[in-house]
Design a protein around this ligand. Structure first.
Ligand code: PEP
Length: 248
């Protein structure tokens, strides 16, 4: 049985004061829920998360990681550094990084390897643009993105990743994939994992991301192959994020 994961991606939002309020509200609202809960904060706020969340059921993680171990890579954050701040997870290959920082499938595969080597669970994001969907390329696009990661992982490592299906056209737009549209793509990804091993496919969690909010979370999370959510906008408001957690 896969345990549901509700992960917040704060993106480049927040401040010491705003985060303190948000984290305090989330902690109060966490009353024995049965899913895993995660907030992915900007790197400069990971120490704040570590301090605020240490004795709570909420995990914290990064939004990106370097493909390099250390060295002359100005501005980069290594997996070991994330580990120093007790990050359990890190997002890799978010569509905003693919689009604005020209991250390739190969680079994302390297970042996945670095994360796993540091004992951090990578949340590998895949997703198609609106144009690709309209051209009927969705399955091919997400499968190629996932395959680049599958190609560099052995079976044991593969069971340790989380996949997030995030249609680019649904991120931050208010447009959500219908539960069936999302399920269809999740099923394709699950089948791709099953080609490596049925037991692997049964273990790996596949999250949906793209304008998930309290009003649509329950229906999305009810689909057979949707094992949680990666949530942007709605993760910035404690009442919305908690409502999604409570929809599990
Ligand atoms: C995201 O940033 O991964 C995301 C899904 O954002 P939003 O929920 O705002 O669409």
């Amino acid at each position: 049985m896969r345990r549901t994961l509700i992960a917040g991606n704060w993106k480049m939002n927040g401040s010491l004061a705003a985060n303190a309020a948000l984290l305090a509200e989330l902690k109060v609202g966490m009353t024995g829920q049965s899913c895993d809960v995660l907030v992915c904060a900007p790197a400069v706020y990971l120490a704040q998360c570590a301090e605020a969340l240490e004795a709570s059921p909420i995990a914290w993680g990064g939004q990106d990681v370097s493909m390099h171990a250390s060295g002359a890579y100005t501005g980069e954050i290594s997996a070991a550094m994330l580990s120093d701040f007790a990050c359990k997870y890190v997002i890799v290959g978010h569509s905003e990084r693919r689009a604005y920082h020209h991250e390739s499938d190969r680079l994302i595969a390297e970042k996945t390897l670095r994360s796993l080597a540091a004992g951090i669970t990578p949340i590998v994001c895949v997703g198609e643009t609106l144009e690709q969907r309209e051209l009927g390329q969705t399955d091919a696009v997400v499968s190629a993105q996932l395959q680049a990661v599958l190609d560099v992982l052995d079976d044991e490592a593969l069971t340790k990743i989380v996949v997030a299906y995030e249609p680019v056209w649904a991120i931050g737009t208010g447009k959500t994939a219908t539960p069936q549209m999302a399920q269809d793509v999740h099923a394709v990804l699950r089948a791709q994992l099953a080609a490596r091993g049925v037991a692997i496919a049964e273990k790996v969690r596949i999250l949906y991301g793209g304008s998930m909010k309290p009003e649509n979370a329950k229906e999305l999370l009810a689909m057979a192959d949707i094992d949680g959510g990666l949530i942007g906008g709605a993760a910035l408001k404690s009442s919305d994020f908690l409502a999604i957690i409570n929809a599990v």
